[in-house]
Design a protein around this ligand. Sequence first.
Ligand SMILES: [Zn+2]
Length: 175
Amino acid sequence: MNGIPSKMMFTLLFALVMVFGVVAEVYAYGWTGAKQCHYYYVKFRWGGNISNNHKTNFSAALKNWNNAQNKRHFVGDNNASGVLDSYYSSTQGYYGTTTWTPATGCIDAWASKMNKYYYATSDPFSGQGVGGHELGHALGLGHTNYWVLMNPGREIYNDVWTPQPDDIKGVNNLY
Ligand SMILES: [Zn+2]
């Protein structure tokens, strides 16, 4: 009878499980459908409402992203269409927000903002985490349930405040 010996079959099945296991891990991150299309530099300016705490938090988060990957590099420019700012909302429930236009494709303008309601007296690590999460959106990353920067859960930023391997893979595979 022709057929694959059972031992070899087991090895093949095991190999398939391994391949799919790895693939599932590689694609844990998500994308928004929009991305920065200008080569390498992502220019930003400070908005008119930025608080000192948020400026410190964003500055650390910018450095973290710039050190984590080589595809895109945030750089300050007073004429930039990208804005980093603060806002205040006691009812909205978000630590921060990022908006961009157009919704999909190449981003023309974007704004990442941190909510003063939660970070009026910000501790440096969770503030960095929120800033880094918002900058991840500006780069084109969407949300994920994994324990990484792009998880939207509030408590996570006390433990995770720098781009994790999965966040970095998301950027490296997008650009
Ligand atoms: Zn988010």
